[in-house]
Design a protein around this ligand. Structure first.
Ligand SMILES: O=c1ccn([C@@H]2O[C@H](COP(=O)(O)O)[C@@H](O)[C@H]2O)c(=O)[nH]1
Length: 235
């Protein structure tokens, strides 16, 4: 894979204009972009169409989590938009993920990758305890990663901290998409299970999702170039 395209820039903006202004500073040959809940709720499919028009591959990060039929139909809608990648929450369970896989497979010509979120990178042990899970994040991630693979999906979202142990138990072509990426001098914000871009690549992440360290930088293009240099140095 083109190393530069391992970076997925999270376009977390409150309106389409701001997102497209950011996109205009980026090169679709050198990164992919992610449309998440804030931007999609504000701007809808039009923003995805505009990004496609500019030549970007889009990860539609809406983390679907619902009954199997509803989730499957939402995944179909995403695939019919032509997005490069879409996701669900693995905690929606096997039947939900299998229904999503089956529905996606019926979309003629769809090449969309379907992945599942394991444990959000903003969560640590105490957050799991608060929702009744007396377990280390890594153990829960492993459990949900296996379930996702058994359900026929293409990969997972996890922390780069978990990639090395996961690689030992998952297919080599399984996508390990890792948010919670922070260059050494970047603010952590609400992320808990973080790694630097270089560490994430060395660990074996297939894609790095990076938002604020780029989009809230005074010089986003320079910030992205530094990250790409760090990735190249780590390879
Ligand atoms: O576990 C997860 C799943 C998704 N995300 C999303 O990634 C970006 C990260 O943005 P930063 O500004 O680099 O923190 C954001 O859109 C999240 O919704 C995640 O962080 N963790």
């Amino acid at each position: 894979m083109n190393d530069a395209k391992r970076v997925i820039v999270a376009l977390d903006y409150p309106d389409m204009l701001s997102a497209l202004k950011m996109a205009d500073q980026l090169d679709p040959q050198k990164c992919r972009v992610k449309v998440g809940k804030e931007l999609f709720t504000r701007a809808g499919p039009a923003v995805v169409e505009s990004l496609h028009g500019k030549g970007f591959e889009v990860f539609l990060d809406l983390k679907f989590h619902d009954i199997p039929n509803t989730t499957a139909k939402a995944v179909r809608a995403a695939a019919e938009m032509g997005v490069w990648m879409v996701n669900v929450h693995a905690s929606g369970g096997r039947r939900m993920m299998e229904a999503a896989r089956n529905e996606l497979d019926q979309v003629s010509g769809a090449k969309t990758l379907l992945i599942a979120v394991t444990v959000l990178t903003s969560m640590e042990r105490q957050d799991l305890a608060d929702i009744g899970l007396d377990i280390e994040p890594l153990e829960q991630v492993k459990r949900l990663a296996l379930l996702t693979q058994q359900s026929g999906l293409d990969g997972i979202v996890c922390s780069a901290q978990e990639v090395t142990p996961l690689r030992e138990m998952l297919h080599s072509d399984f996508q390990l998409v890792t948010p919670g990426i922070r260059p050494a001098d970047a603010a952590t914000g609400d992320q808990k299970r973080i790694m630097t871009p270089g560490e994430a690549i060395t660990a074996g992440s297939t894609h790095l999702v990076i938002g604020r360290p780029i989009t809230q930088s005074e010089t986003p293009v320079v910030a992205l170039e530094r990250i790409q240099q760090e990735i190249l140095a780590a390879r």
